[in-house]
Design a protein around this ligand. Structure first.
Ligand SMILES: [Zn+2]
Length: 225
């Protein structure tokens, strides 16, 4: 059964979480991630520690995350393509050049045709073919007064949107949990040669984990004060 509220929530989550995921895996210039203070201020809380593994084992960042983001994008864009093909009215045609239209009428008709083609509510088959753009367009199709050059959605469209939106939102949330704790620092642990991974970005204090021995370094807030 179609659940409008759940579908809208899933689409909203896709739109809101996608930039965070892109940031976390470095797909675009990061804002607050990786931590702006750099890793030089991260140190071991107890320099005499025994080096036992921290509570969180860092997961290796992987091309799998990018592959998954590509899959999510393709699925949402493909659904928008298909729903647009089913429901989006073609743009109004320009004035016929052969008919004996008065120049003023022809100009007016051409202006209307151009405005119709440029209607920002239309799904574009080129440019901006991203997961959040598709989610935003699908969300607009579900709004109470959708308007625009569209036929109403059929029940099958509603089910397709719900399925795609919930799947995408779930996958993004899972990827985000993985990606935000697995950004490589590009440095190695002097002690064991393992790669140092910075974690955080989810509202918790950032930390560094060695992916070989599991040793953990956390933000030294006393030194920062
Ligand atoms: Zn190590």
């Amino acid at each position: 059964m179609f659940d409008l509220t759940a579908t809208r929530t899933a689409l909203t989550n896709v739109i809101a979480l996608w930039p965070l995921l892109a940031d976390a895996v470095g797909a675009r210039p990061a804002g607050d991630w990786p931590p702006a203070m750099g890793i030089s201020r991260l140190r071991e809380p107890d320099e005499a520690g025994d080096g036992r593994p921290g509570d969180v084992r860092p997961l290796p960042i992987s091309v799998d995350v990018f592959d998954a983001m590509t899959e999510i994008t393709e699925r949402l864009v493909d659904l928008a393509d298909r729903i647009a093909a089913d429901t989006q009215r073609p743009a109004m045609s320009h004035a016929p050049r052969t008919a004996g239209w008065p120049a003023a009428d022809r100009e007016r008709r051409d202006q209307l045709a151009d405005a119709d083609a440029a209607d920002p509510r239309r799904w574009r088959y080129t440019g901006q073919r991203s997961a959040p753009a598709a989610a935003q367009w699908l969300a607009h199709r579900l709004s109470a007064k959708p308007g625009g050059p569209f036929a109403p959605l059929a029940l099958q469209h509603l089910h397709q949107i719900q399925r795609a939106a919930e799947t995408a939102a779930d996958r993004i949330e899972t990827l985000l949990r993985i990606a935000r704790r697995t950004t490589a620092t590009g440095r190695t642990h002097d002690g064991c040669g393992g790669d140092l991974m910075v974690s955080g970005g989810d509202g918790t204090d950032p930390a560094i984990d060695c992916d070989a021995c599991g040793r953990r370094w956390t933000l030294d807030t006393t030194a920062a004060a």
